[in-house]
Design a protein around this ligand. Structure first.
Ligand code: ZN
Length: 479
């Protein structure tokens, strides 16, 4: 029995799973069967394939046609298997990875799923593809790739490849907004430190002081995305933004929208990978989201299981949370008075000192009337700290101070004896946890790096400690 073999693939989280497609023909009444856990979207490809074949004057051979998708224990879904099937019918075997959706008239299209499969396959070592026309910006990420691109099924027969789709104008700098229009030198400094060392930050303040505006601008002061960061984002989300992502989430998000679903849809935390995730009104989020976020922050990924398979979504984002100080918003306001009961304020603040908030390195009180001064050369300084911290720690498996694992902070962040004494005294006096002590050390390292200082000084430490004082201060205002 002759068996035609072509191969395509699917993604599982950010992982590529090769799928072999076998086609056999037999005598008997005309029938077209597909086996191997194919979902409805793959079943539908029978019709697309039938019509697309007609567009080049061909048809499915008479008799019984059997198509098997292997491995059979994984569910296949998506329209991107069409092109591989057509190749099997028109040309027979191929060693290239084939992906692409085909329309009834034979035109070949790139779907989000095809882009994800191509990027994930390239990441895992596949270099030869038959696929739809890809944009230049996507091809640039895969310099070793050998792409036979087709716009129409007829090109499978003629062997004529298409050129890349030209990118539309967009440049790296478009849409990148720096901190220029942010008022207040303190908040600008906080944004710079957070972006420089990848330190999660909680911005607190009364309503209308511009907490979320700053959050959005933080991606604008970070270095541009590297090709490998872009490829990871493409493999997991199928999107390729011009600059680092800044994703706004809302407190009424669902866990599936926030973390992604095991069935294959990435969540906000993955769309924000290597960019900023903004959580407005942080204490209002559902308890299950805040609980789940804890593990995501520790692993810098979403770990899920689907059937017997383990699934990983990358989620290495910088968290920028914003919050009012109390339910009415006016605790700590210079003129207005907070109308909440002490119990409700304490309960509200309690939500900001739970296990998730405990993973946030910097707390900052945003004032409406902060003195405004330009912080010089912000982007350049952030970029220098990235380079420096990367060269210092890359061999340890991470690149930012904010990524230093808790158990290694004391070993990797060295401090002199006078700084250590001040740190120990402050920790004891304020009753800070071990985790908080680690945060102060990581932050001190970044603050020293921003100044180009080799050793962490007393002034760096004092500034780092100041970013742990907002919540105790707010508590002290409650009668
Ligand atoms: Zn209040």
């Amino acid at each position: 029995m002759d068996v035609v073999k072509v191969w395509s693939g699917l993604t599982f989280g950010d992982r590529f799973v090769p799928v072999e497609i076998q086609i056999t023909y037999g005598a008997g009444l005309p029938a077209f069967h597909m086996v191997g856990m194919v979902s409805e979207s793959v079943e539908e490809s029978k019709e697309r394939v039938r019509y697309a074949l007609k567009s080049v004057g061909k048809s499915i051979p008479q008799g019984r046609v059997m198509v098997a998708f292997l491995p059979s224990e994984v569910t296949k879904s998506g329209a991107h298997f069409d092109l591989a099937l057509l190749h099997g019918f028109l040309k027979g075997n191929s060693e290239r990875l084939i992906v692409g959706e085909v329309a009834l008239d034979g035109t070949v299209r790139a779907t989000v799923q095809s882009l994800r499969v191509i990027a994930a396959a390239y990441n895992s070592g596949t270099k030869k593809f038959i696929c739809p026309r890809l944009p230049e910006s996507v091809l640039k990420l895969m310099p070793d790739g050998d792409f036979f691109m087709v716009e129409h099924v007829s090109q499978l027969l003629s062997g004529e490849t298409s050129t890349a789709v030209e990118d539309e104008g967009g440049t790296e700098c478009q849409g990148r907004i720096g901190l220029n229009d942010v008022k207040g030198s303190g908040i600008k400094r906080v944004a710079m430190i957070a972006a420089a060392g990848w330190h999660h930050v909680l911005l607190m303040g009364n309503p209308g002081v511009g907490k979320s505006m700053v959050a959005e601008r933080m991606v604008g002061i970070m270095p541009s995305m590297s090709n490998s960061e872009k490829l990871d984002l493409l493999a997991s989300t199928g999107t390729l933004p011009d600059h680092r992502p800044a994703r706004f989430t809302s407190w009424n998000s669902t866990p599936a929208g926030f973390f992604g679903s095991a069935k294959g849809t990435p969540g906000e935390v993955t769309f924000a990978h290597r960019g900023v995730l903004i959580m407005d009104e942080f204490p209002q989020y559902r308890k299950d989201i805040l609980e789940g976020l804890r593990t995501v922050l520790d692993c810098r990924a979403v770990l899920a299981s689907y059937g017997s398979q383990r699934l990983t979504w990358p989620a290495d984002f910088l968290l920028v949370a914003t919050s009012n100080p109390c339910p009415c918003g006016y605790l700590g306001h210079p003129k207005k008075v907070c109308k909440d009961s002490p119990t409700s304020v304490m309960r509200y603040l309690g939500r900001l000192s739970g296990p998730v908030a405990d993973r946030i390195d910097m707390h900052y009180w945003v004032k409406a009337d902060e003195p405004n001064e330009d912080v010089k050369a912000v982007e350049e300084r952030v970029c220098n700290v990235w380079e420096l911290q990367k060269s210092r720690w890359e061999s340890e498996g991470f690149i930012h101070a904010g990524h230093i694992p808790g158990e290694r902070v004391d070993e990797l962040v060295e401090v002199g004896s006078s700084v250590r004494k001040l740190l120990d005294d402050s920790v004891e006096k304020a009753g800070l946890s071990r985790r908080e002590r680690h945060k102060i050390l990581r932050l001190s390292r970044t603050i020293a790096d921003l100044e180009g200082a080799h050793d962490i000084g007393i002034n760096h430490l004092i500034e780092a400690i100041s970013y742990r004082q907002v919540i105790p201060w707010l508590r002290s205002l409650v009668p």
